[in-house]
Design a protein around this ligand. Structure first.
Ligand SMILES: Nc1ncnc2c1ncn2[C@@H]1O[C@H](COP(=O)(O)OS(=O)(=O)O)[C@@H](OP(=O)(O)O)[C@H]1O
Ligand SMILES: Nc1ncnc2c1ncn2[C@@H]1O[C@H](COP(=O)(O)OP(=O)(O)O)[C@@H](O)[C@H]1O
Length: 344
């Protein structure tokens, strides 16, 4: 694999000293070689994956490669002097014969606060929303490393805007069904989403949590934090959780810019959910074998001003299918510009 930093080490300003055309050709070659090593490109035809591959190909233009080269060069004075920045993986790899590194080498200088990819592309720089090194937590001494790829850059790659669709409602109200129908509807439009479902997350990340007030709050807090990372990655993140307490939901809402948190209230009467009883839990709760079940002997606080309210029947009394509910949310997202990188 050709490494951009290798080319730079041969003489300072090597790439810059080339004519623009030569530099572009040179970078294009690096790009092609590096991108060609990505296994995803070799996959058999899959419409969505192919679209994404093409997008990645577009994004890794010569300008971007050059920008990365410049950033790598910046680091050549410190501990990264012997590191090669591989354009395709973005990973740091060590060269076979590393240059001597000072024992007191410090981490590389912080990346510029304004995303350099955007500067290089001539677009208006957008501040990277990631915390800067100044955000070191004085208590835990944990410090964030700052990505050189901002949320905006990722959104350009995906041609969409990240956001969170938060489905809340009683057990059996259709949260998971609608979330997965929406996931499918979005994929059909070439948009990347991901479902964070209560049952699934509780089977892994949150398997140590039960259904006490505190555990539900912690469940929601963690999923909110995970969702925040997904949104930062540009993904349309679909959360399906009972999330029965307004305070917990609103705390998550407050973690996102206005407009990026879309609360969908599954306004399905308890009687309907209980009649569905897809998991048999209402029956257990009614018989007293399951304690603290939401809607039976545990509270559910409905949203006061949700962005979207889903009811089981429309104004004419016709039952609404989950796919129709999903389409309604998809239309909402499209109208608000989440299906393009630039938005409305
Ligand atoms: N006591 C009690 N109350 C409510 N729900 C219970 C309970 N015990 C188990 N389950 C099952 O757990 C699923 C809800 O998990 P959530 O993570 O969405 O709950 S919460 O948001 O933390 O309240 C929920 O899934 P859904 O039916 O999909 O909502 C139930 O299957
Ligand atoms: N719009 C709908 N109309 C009729 N039945 C539905 C609808 N949405 C979901 N269901 C059914 O209701 C049951 C519970 O749905 P589910 O998505 O598991 O709810 P939740 O995730 O809120 O617990 C399932 O059997 C599902 O097929």
């Amino acid at each position: 694999m050709i490494s951009v930093a290798c080319q730079l080490k041969s003489s300072s300003g090597y790439v810059l000293s080339m004519g623009a055309g030569a530099a572009r050709r040179h970078a294009d070659e690096s790009c092609r070689t590096s991108v060609g090593s990505l296994s995803v490109i070799k996959r058999p035809p899959q419409p969505t994956i192919q679209t994404k591959t093409a997008l990645f190909g577009d994004v890794l233009t010569a300008k971007h490669i050059l920008t990365r080269a410049l950033l790598s060069r910046r680091y050549c004075n410190g501990v990264h002097a012997e590191s090669n920045y591989t354009a395709a993986s973005g990973a740091q790899t060590h060269s076979p014969s590393p240059a001597p590194v000072s024992a007191s080498a410090h981490p590389p200088a912080p990346a510029p606060a304004v995303n350099s990819l955007q500067s290089a592309t001539g677009n208006t720089p957008v501040p990277n929303s990631s915390p800067t090194p100044a955000d070191r937590n004085p208590v835990t001494n944990i410090k964030w490393n700052e990505s050189q790829v901002s949320r905006r850059e990722r959104e350009r790659v995906l041609n969409q805007r990240g956001c969170i669709v938060w489905l809340t409602g009683l057990s059996g109200s259709g949260k998971s069904t609608v979330a997965y129908a929406l996931d499918y509807a979005l994929a059909s439009r070439g948009k990347i989403s991901y479902v964070l479902d209560g049952d699934i997350v509780r089977d892994g990340l949150n398997k140590n949590l039960g259904f006490s007030r505190e555990d539900r709050a912690e469940n929601i807090r963690r999923i909110g934090e995970v969702a925040k990372l997904f949104v930062d990655a540009g993904i349309i993140t679909l959360v399906s959780l009972i999330s029965p307490y307004r305070e917990d939901r609103d705390r998550c809402r407050a973690m996102f810019p206005a407009g990026d948190f879309i609360e969908v209230y599954m306004k399905v009467p308890l009687s309907v959910c209980e009649r569905r009883d897809a998991k048999g839990l209402y029956r257990l709760a009614r018989s007293g074998q399951l304690k603290g079940f939401t809607g039976i002997d545990d509270p559910y606080e409905c949203p006061l001003t949700p962005e979207i309210t889903m009811e089981v029947r429309d104004d004419w009394g016709t039952a609404i299918l989950p796919q129709e509910m999903a389409e309604r949310v998809a239309s909402y997202l499209e109208e608000r510009g989440f299906f393009t990188a630039e938005g409305n």
